[in-house]
Design a protein around this ligand. Sequence first.
Ligand code: HAM
Length: 414
Amino acid sequence: MQPLPGFRDFLPKDCARRNYIFDHWRAVARRYGFVEWDGPLLEPTALYTKKSGPEIVAQLFNFTDKGDREVAMRPELTPTLARVIAAHDREFKKPLKWFSIPQCFRYEKQQRGRLREHFQFNADIIGEESLDADIELIALCVDLLRAFGFTAEDVLVRISDREFWTDFLREQNVPKEGWEEVLQAIDKSEREPREKTAARLGPLAERTFEILDGEGSSEKLERLVAALRDRGLAEFVEIDLGIVRGLAYYSGVVFEAFDRGGKLRALAGGGRYDNLIQQLSDGAVSLPALGFAMGDVVLAELIAESPAARRKMEETIAAEQNLDIYVVIAKEERRADALRLIQALREQNYRVDYPLTPAKVGKQFQTAEQLGARLAILFGDEWPQLKLKDLPTGEQSLVPHEELPRRVATLLST
Ligand code: HAM
């Protein structure tokens, strides 16, 4: 009776939280001028083996379909985006600002903050090579987190530049084929004992550790942070050259968002991938691109742990879910009259519920309370008058039934 390991059932309360997260993602993305798109859940496995890097490929949920095709459930959206852009390149004026909320699947070991399915908000800018696009994207990432009620005391975006490291590798005469391995070692260095990283880095270890310990500087990243300071967002970000990202396709500025307490996994991650579209389309289309994704799992954990963010979420959900009106049918002879009124009130967009089958009046009022109804309307002996009760205050009045819609409108507008 349990879901598969790493998969979730979404009971109504979980769906309400999920919708709360999605609604904020969508609202902030639209504020930034991003438009929504989506792709297929299933893709040819080759789309991922081609460029995403070993980590994601090892985590694929893949199989052979009935037509003998090697397919995989999407572990991320970026390769699909690159494919879609390459296929529809001519149809759109650049730059594009696109967002999407895919469910993604990764065959990972289930642990805190990591499941086998998750939803990811993705935002990508296609066709813009200027640093202004990187700034816009990081500002969006910060503002998404702020929309949930987080402050600079709760979250931090750590920003780095893969180009800084590839310049370093070039200087150190490391052949290009060896770059990805070094970058992966730097990516893992924070989670691993130094000796282990040193063994992976070999002769580069000493200089790399000096840089990681604060000796590196990047004029590009300084400019980026200065621009975020102009937007009032500097306290949310920090330059940290230890971030290189696990995915192989990044080529420039990269960043990851974390909780300040450092207890949770990354909330979001992304960066520039100027070569991916060209590589996946075998050179047919070449466009600079950058983007990031924010997952729902870690975000929900941080909301649950932060009192202010949690209160904001619970109040928003309650306000959205509570009924406006519960109709109490005290006399079954009045059921047809009650349903006529219910129909009329629903047509005016009120949220209205009532007992589908006969029930004791006390029980009906209990249900009204449980459903968070603001008003109760009682159909009983008083007909053609109705008893109208303001549930939070307990105030009651008798209202002729033809006047009821007007009275309801007045009460619910306060
Ligand atoms: P990623 O860092 O692999 O990047 O994932 C982005 C976010 O998705 C993570 O920070 C995390 O919050 C969430 N996430 C990833 N895997 C899991 C999991 N197994 N369980 C729960 N949450 C997870 C990418 O996917 C890139 N494609 C992002 C991107 C978009 N880059 C450019 N555009």
